[in-house]
Design a protein around this ligand. Sequence first.
Ligand SMILES: [Zn+2]
Length: 219
Amino acid sequence: MKYPLQFIAITQYHHQGKCLDFGWSNAHGGANVPVYSIADGVVTFAGKETGSGNVVYVKHTNGMVSNYAHLSKITVKKGQNVKMGEQVGNMGNTGTSAGNHLHLSIWSSMSAYQKSPTKTDVDPIEVLEVYSDQEIGEGTKKYNLKVHVDTPTNPKGKVNVEGVLNVRYEPSTAHDRVGTLANNTEVEILGEEGNFYKIRAKDTNITIEGYASKDYIVK
Ligand SMILES: [Zn+2]
């Protein structure tokens, strides 16, 4: 899950349960910057609420519910699907608010929200991550926000053989075959040992993993 603002500046830490308030800076787009959904989900409410002012609720695909309060403007409608990082509104000063800021609440489920709409049960610091297109304000660095790390993708190769390529349990032609792969099959290269690559590939509908001679795989 991703922080809801491009410039992340926490101004109030863990109030009303575990909510966070975020501020703004003139150097980073001013007071009415876009507010983004923290994850994929569906908008369950978009409108006015006492206290929260203009507010958007999103029920996420992992079951969690998030709420973005005091918005100056709402840019989504109830029932709309949103992606992580998609704009739901703009930061504002509506409802019970003493200045432009974003109030973010996260509940673990819709029933947790219904049981306790004014007190959240999820700590945003625990579930949100900073992505490479986001920036952390100086004063917020002390909170040690989690940084998103992309899972590395393995290099790809292609089978180049007359007939079929033997994939074996161990990096030696003396070992049994896990299976065979047809010419031109795309493979994932997981590692190498001597003249063998450790590969993974889909053969019709099963996934084969094992060793194959480097001579028959082009990177
Ligand atoms: Zn707040």
